[in-house]
Design a protein around this ligand. Structure first.
Ligand code: PLP
Length: 233
C-alpha cells in the first residue's frame, strides 16, 4: 500500500482541511460545525478510507458504483460510516445505489427518482437525495437546468422512500472570477427558495479542494474534498 495513507499523514491532512473549513466559516460569521465535510475517496483504496476513519471522519463519497460497493463491503465492520454516491448515475445502476448507499448527490432525471424510490429496500431509512444542478449551463456536464429543478424536487419530495435534502453543484472552474461569483450566488438564491418550500431541505453540497472557501462564503453546508485529504489521484 502507498505510504501516503499512513495514519500520521492522513491525520495531518484531515486537521488542515478542518482548519480551512473553520477559517472560511468564521471569516463570514458562520458556525464551523454547520458545514459537513464529505471525504471523496474515488480511486483510493479502502486502506485510505480506514486511515481517515481512524482520524475521526465518518462521511465518504464515491463516484463509481462498483468501486464504491467493493469498498463498502471491505469496510463493512465500520458500521457508522455514511456512504454518499456523488458520480454519474445510469438507470441500470440505480438498484445498486439504492441498496448500498445512504445519500445520492447526483440525481438529474425523474426516471432516476422513480427507480431509486422503487428500489430502495424497505427495511432501510429513506435514501437522502440531492438534485445536481448544472449551474453554468455546460452542455457536457450532468445536472438539471435551474428551470427543471422545481419538477424534480417535487417528485423526490413525493416519493415515500426518498428524502429531499437539497442540491449539489460543480461550478465550472474555468471562468472569470466574476462569473464564478455569479454562479455561487445563483446557487445560494436557489437554495433559499427550495428551503422555503420544503422543510426537509437543509443541504447545499458545494465546494471541492480548490474552492471550498468561496463555497462556504455562499452558504455551502457540505464540502466534498478529495485531493486535499488523500493527495493527487
Ligand atoms: C472528485 C470529486 C470531488 C473532489 O474533488 P477534489 O478537487 O479532489 O477535492 C468532489 N465532487 C465530485 C462530484 C467529484 O467527482
Amino acid at each position: 500500500m502507498q505510504k501516503s495513507f499512513d495514519l500520521a499523514t492522513t491525520a495531518n491532512r484531515y486537521r488542515e482541511v478542518l482548519q480551512r473549513i473553520e477559517h472560511a466559516a468564521t471569516a463570514v460569521q458562520r458556525i464551523p460545525n454547520t458545514i459537513a465535510l464529505l471525504a471523496v475517496s474515488k480511486t483510493k483504496p479502502a486502506e485510505a478510507i480506514a486511515a481517515l476513519y481512524a482520524a475521526g471522519q465518518r462521511d465518504f463519497g464515491e463516484n463509481y458504483v462498483q468501486e464504491g460497493i467493493d469498498k463498502i463491503h471491505e469496510l463493512e465492520e465500520l458500521t457508522d460510516i455514511t456512504w454518499h454516491f456523488i458520480g454519474a448515475l445510469q438507470s441500470n445502476k440505480t438498484k445498486d445505489v439504492a441498496t448500498h448507499f445512504d445519500w445520492v448527490h447526483s440525481i438529474d432525471r425523474v426516471k432516476i427518482v422513480n427507480r431509486l424510490n422503487e428500489q430502495r429496500p424497505k427495511h432501510l431509512p429513506p435514501l437522502q437525495c440531492l438534485v445536481q444542478v448544472n449551474i453554468d449551463y455546460e452542455p457536457t456536464k450532468a445536472g438539471v437546468q435551474l428551470s427543471e429543478l422545481g419538477e424534480i424536487a417535487e417528485q423526490i419530495d413525493k416519493a415515500s422512500h426518498l428524502t429531499l435534502r437539497g442540491i449539489m453543484a460543480i461550478p465550472n472552474p474555468d471562468v472569470s472570477e466574476q462569473e464564478k461569483h455569479n454562479s455561487f450566488q445563483r446557487l445560494e438564491n436557489v437554495m433559499q427558495e427550495l428551503k422555503a418550500k420544503y422543510p426537509s431541505v437543509d443541504t447545499l453540497s458545494l465546494g471541492m479542494s480548490n474552492d471550498l472557501e468561496a463555497a462556504i462564503a455562499h452558504g455551502s453546508t457540505m464540502v466534498r474534498i478529495g485531493t486535499a485529504l488523500f493527495g493527487k489521484r
